[in-house]
Design a protein around this ligand. Structure first.
Ligand SMILES: Cc1ncc(COP(=O)(O)O)c(C=O)c1O
Length: 388
């Protein structure tokens, strides 16, 4: 990987040390150019006309996303964020009283709220599977808990609050053998390391382009395995998702597009497509090797500092590193790093309620390098933290 060239193609690297790729990664010149061109076209010929003009490129975005995930093009729906994609999948499951939703302690805050609401509304029961001694979902406990009442298993592959990589494929095998729907939140996984929906055994998988895929904000996607479509009833319907039959009925759109909305941002779609193409060209194996290597290096460096503790769980970890600095709230540490030109963020307990219930951790400083960061940038961040 030619890191110097990749940095030259990433304008943001000139001014900041960007260690907030789990928030939103820096876009490349190519992505920026695709979006700027689309915006210009919208201004010149009109927003609807501009989207029509690039219809082929929009289709190529579906095809690229499908290639990235090892899926079929008709199994991809595009959204404006990951939560909306996840909601589209989750709220389409027809839960009944007595059904069970099995999930893990790593779930994202919005998903936990949705589980609670749907359980209250439908009489389904929410069961939170315990972690093993390393902090990953306990696969043996999950296998014990699964039975014919299990309608859905929801798993966050990589949580927002740490470097944990949950054993998504092992969970997928359990879900498949139980006949339960398997919904994977891959928001922090896609773009960071290889993701193959067949290997994972996902029926439904969600994410965004703005994080490790390096696309723009305002983007999301949902993968729906063709074979589970008839077990789902989308919670809402609109003119992109279905066609009026002329009488008192309608027909769903083919494949995953029945979950989409009609209105969409051509500018964001242009950036989404460019970012996917770039990830495919670089290759997710190479991206994953470098990103995870930088994550491990940074974690080791921080853990070696006397006043710092790291909090990433699991035996399998990624490029998200969380830390606390003795005697200093995470927000103060973040602000001090920002004042030195280093972007990081803070994860708060509300982002991950079930993990908070378990570990009771305070807000954490989160650092998330990506393949275009350098070792020298990590050293500089560690130096600033050491001096706090
Ligand atoms: C694991 C995980 N799931 C879901 C989300 C929500 O994504 P979005 O903000 O695109 O809705 C996030 C955002 O940080 C996340 O980290």
């Amino acid at each position: 990987m030619d890191v110097d060239w990749l940095r030259a193609e990433t304008p943001g690297t000139e001014h900041r040390i960007h260690l907030n790729n789990a928030g939103a990664a820096l876009m490349s010149r190519r992505t920026l150019a695709a979006m700027t061109e689309q915006l210009q076209l919208e201004a010149e010929i009109g927003g609807y006309e501009a989207l029509d003009r690039v219809a082929d490129r929009v289709e190529a975005t579906y095809a690229g996303m499908a290639r990235l995930l090892g899926a079929r093009r008709e199994e991809i729906a595009l959204f404006d964020n990951s939560t909306h994609a996840w909601n589209a999948a989750f709220y389409a499951v027809p839960f009944r009283p007595g059904d069970r939703i099995l999930t893990t302690r790593a779930e994202y805050g919005s998903s936990v709220l949705a589980y609670l609401q749907v359980a209250r509304r439908t009489g389904a029961e929410l069961v939170v599977v315990p972690n093993d001694e390393h902090g990953s979902v306990d696969v043996a406990a999950l296998a014990e808990l699964v039975d014919e009442r299990t309608k859905l298993i929801g798993l966050t592959w990589v949580p927002t609050f740490g470097g944990l990589v949950n054993p998504a494929a092992e969970v997928g095998r359990i879900a498949r053998s139980a006949g339960a729907l398997y919904l994977v939140d891959a928001t922090q996984a896609v773009g960071q390391f290889p993701v193959d929906v067949t290997e994972v055994g996902a029926d439904l998988l969600t994410g965004t382009a703005r994080k490790f895929l390096r696309g723009p904000r305002g983007t999301g996607f949902l993968y729906v395995r063709t074979e589970v479509l008839d077990r789902l009833d989308p919670a809402v319907v609109e003119i992109a998702a279905a066609t009026w039959d002329g009488g008192r009925g309608f027909r769903w759109a083919e494949g995953a597009r029945r979950f989409e909305t009609w209105e969409r941002s051509g500018v964001n779609l242009a950036g989404f497509g460019a970012a996917v193409d770039q990830a495919l060209e670089l290759g997710l194996d190479a991206i994953g090797t470098r990103a995870l290597g930088l994550g491990a290096r940074l974690r080791d460096q921080l853990a070696a500092l006397p006043k710092v503790a790291t909090h990433d769980q699991g035996t399998d970890r990624c490029a998200i590193v969380t830390a606390t600095v003795d005697g200093m709230p995470a927000e103060e540490a973040r602000a001090a790093l920002a004042a030195s030109g280093i972007n990081t963020t803070v994860t708060v307990p509300e982002d991950d309620p079930l993990d908070t219930e378990d570990r009771g951790l305070p807000a954490l400083l989160r650092l998330s390098p990506h393949y275009y960061n350098t070792e020298a940038e990590l050293d500089r961040a560690v130096e600033v933290i050491a001096g706090l």
